[in-house]
Design a protein around this ligand. Structure first.
Ligand SMILES: [Fe+2]
Ligand SMILES: [Fe+2]
Length: 397
């Protein structure tokens, strides 16, 4: 799967802005013809010819691009990681659990609590549910993200119970993340507002398809990806929470806010790792940052498929953008923040090639903002399409 081949990336309007979420849906893919394929899909057998493998043409996947001698850097950083990275995890006993936010099925008040949850959810509009479902599906594809972390040269968990700090982080991070999808999944199930079976199919398709972060087994590349991703996810969950509150569902707002603060802790850990790499190996770090920016960082669930809409990711992304949950402006803000956090402008002593990478990265944010402005001016009237996740009810893109 090539990121540049994904539906929104090949849209003229979208191309320069498709870093994580497209600012505007690819209208060409929302034709009535493609939309109608979704309608009535619950009554008929869905397209069984589409297997859970990436449905888009794969680009040549680069592997093990990090020079083998750099593996030693991560070995030498183990003591540092133990003191500086693992502190961003919380002991299980101090962690919240999904049950803290959900009706207790073992209690006498269960039915009443579920009724209250459903009454609150009734006031929340359909487009919000599309955004929340997409977010839950993204969280539920966690097996893929743990797999990606375990592709990395120098930090992978070699035994599934390795005691290196890198492996401990990967497993504990996964265990913390596991609560996010679990909580959102149970909330959505109890809300009665969504088509769980078609959501579950989307999750199965997505885990089967995997993802393509284009990180080449390199911790330099993936820790840039995760730094961006965790910050963006924190912003998105935070905005989802604010919207829930505006719609009167304060409990859902609390759920989203709690997840957002977990993502913020994860961001702190990943940005700290990259800060260290910028300090001890600035040439490789700045080159990796420029490389990831050129490749364009996209949402890890970009290969999602619901069994009927070939452009479900693009459509979901358009709704998220329209609701202001995550926008191209947010992407520019994240990039600006990280470039400042890692003091990229102040790096000295770089080789000529790496100085070019530095110039590219430092000049990128204003470019993204300009492109975003132009795309907004060109924005067309939004389409309204059915989403399988909410029983084919129609939502504006
Ligand atoms: Fe998460
Ligand atoms: Fe996270």
């Amino acid at each position: 799967m090539a990121l540049q081949l994904s539906p929104f990336l090949i849209s003229n309007t979208m191309k320069p802005l498709s870093f994580k979420l497209p600012p505007i849906a690819d209208r060409s893919h929302g034709s009535p013809k493609s939309m109608s394929s979704c309608l009535g899909a619950t009554q008929k057998v869905e397209n069984v010819k589409k297997p859970s493998i990436p449905r888009q043409k794969a680009h040549v996947q680069v592997t093990h691009s990090m020079p083998p001698e750099k593996i030693e850097i991560f070995k030498s950083l183990e003591g540092w990681a133990e003191k500086n990275v693992l502190v961003h995890l919380q002991p299980v006993e101090n962690c919240w659990q999904p049950q803290d936010f959900l009706p207790d099925a073992a209690s006498d008040g269960f039915e009443e609590q579920v009724r209250e949850l459903r009454e609150r959810a009734r006031e929340v509009p359909d487009d919000y549910f599309v955004a929340l479902v997409g977010s839950m599906i993204t969280e539920e594809a966690l097996p893929t993200y743990q797999s990606v972390l375990n592709t990395l040269d120098g930090t992978r968990d070699k035994t599934a119970s390795s005691l290196t700090p890198w492996a401990i982080w990967t497993r504990a991070w996964t265990a913390e993340e596991n609560r996010h999808g679990d909580l959102l999944n149970k909330y959505l199930y109890l809300s009665g507002r969504v088509d769980m079976k078609r959501i579950e199919k989307t999750i199965q398709h997505l885990i089967g398809a995997g993802m393509d972060p284009r990180t080449e087994n390199s911790p330099y590349l993936l820790f840039i990806y995760t730094s961006v991703q965790e910050r963006m996810t924190s912003i998105a969950h935070g905005n989802t929470g604010r919207l829930a509150k505006a719609h009167g569902d304060v409990k859902l707002a609390q759920i989203c806010g709690t997840i957002a603060s977990d993502e913020k802790r994860h961001e702190a850990a990943y940005t700290k790792i990259m800060e260290k790499l910028f300090e001890i190996d600035p040439d490789a770090a700045v080159f990796a940052l420029a490389d990831m920016m050129r490749k364009r960082i996209t949402v890890p669930s970009h290969l999602m498929y619901d069994g009927c809409d070939d452009n479900i990711f693009s459509h979901y992304s358009a709704v998220v953008q329209r609701l202001g949950i995550y926008t191209a402006k947010d992407y520019a803000d994240v990039l600006e923040f990280l470039v400042g956090r890692w003091k990229v402008e102040d790096l000295t002593g770089l080789s000529a090639e790496r100085r070019r990478a530095q110039d590219y990265v430092c000049g990128l944010t204003p470019k993204i903002r300009r492109l975003q402005e132009r795309a907004r001016e060109r924005a067309e009237e939004a389409l309204t399409i059915p989403f399988s996740w909410i029983s084919d009810r129609k939502v504006k893109l």
